[in-house]
Design a protein around this ligand. Structure first.
Ligand SMILES: Nc1ncnc2c1ncn2[C@@H]1O[C@H](COP(=O)(O)OP(=O)(O)OP(=O)(O)O)[C@@H](O)[C@H]1O
Length: 250
């Protein structure tokens, strides 16, 4: 049976797909009061992802994070009702143009909002572990929200078996090695995003960035240091540095 038109949870009606990830399909939906929201639907065998995302994210409440409202099911598939992030993903928005030359102010605002979200998460003892353009939804002025907490978890979590968290191009070297991850690993992803904005493409891990006269290239280089111990681990410091280098007021 098609999912569009189905009712889930407390009278939430699915309207149409709005995004797709490797673990789920996400629908635009409307609550019974008429409020737009999103419903993230997982295949049955990934119920543990839905449970983990609900456990990790339900207590979170920050303007730069979507809120996970309810754990439910849709035609027996595990699902989450989530507040809607308006706009388009950074991946869609900047697929064909370097963000920092074409839309500097909007992209800087997006990075500031991302760092606000990470500062909140890190202060609560959590790490996102999957910073990438598909997980950041931005409005035309650059206002952004971070989505997708199914890989998130406690800082420096030791898992039963080494697990490579995240998505290859944005993954820190320690995430690639399957080591426990801290705030500096999320900031590595921010650094890769910044490099993408500067150069219009994602560099290969370890690749020397092309020369750039942009003052922000300094921050790109230090946020993508391969040694996690030599990399900044404070999102608020990175936010202040970003604005100072960009010559913008705090
Ligand atoms: N709350 C939301 N509001 C609007 N769109 C959303 C929302 N959550 C997710 N999306 C869209 O759905 C896509 C997939 O969502 P999400 O990243 O949570 O799925 P996933 O299966 O966990 O993906 P991944 O491959 O990163 O593990 C996102 O890239 C985004 O386009």
């Amino acid at each position: 049976m098609p999912l569009a038109g189905q009712f889930v949870g407390d009278g939430v009606r699915l309207i149409r797909p709005v995004g797709r990830g490797s673990h789920s399909v996400v629908y635009f939906a409307v609550s019974k009061e008429g409020t737009p929201c999103a419903v993230k639907i997982f295949p049955l065998h990934l119920a543990a992802y839905a449970d983990r995302e609900y456990e990790n994210a339900a207590p979170l409440d920050h303007p730069r994070l979507v809120r996970v409202l309810e754990r439910t099911t849709v035609q027996d598939q595990p699902a989450l009702v989530v507040t809607l992030a308006r706009g388009e993903t950074l991946f869609d928005r900047y697929a064909a143009r370097p963000a920092l030359t074409e839309e500097r102010r909007a992209f800087l605002l997006t990075l500031v909002h991302l760092l606000d979200a990470l500062a909140y998460l890190h202060a609560r003892g959590m790490v996102h572990r999957d910073i990438k353009p598909e997980n950041i939804v931005a409005e035309p002025d650059g206002s952004a929200k971070l989505v997708d907490f199914d890989l998130s978890g406690p800082l420096h979590e030791v898992l039963n078996a080494p697990t490579r968290m995240g998505t290859a191009a944005f993954q820190s070297p320690e995430a690639y090695r399957g080591e426990p991850l801290g705030p500096e690993s999320d900031l590595y992803g921010v650094g890769v995003l910044l490099g993408w904005g500067l150069h219009g493409s994602v560099l290969e891990p370890g690749e020397t960035p092309p020369h750039s006269d942009d003052p922000l290239s300094h921050l790109h280089i230090i946020l993508t240091r391969r040694d996690p111990a030599a990399r900044p681990n404070n999102a608020l410091w990175a936010r202040a540095e970003l604005l100072a280098l960009a010559g913008l007021p705090y």
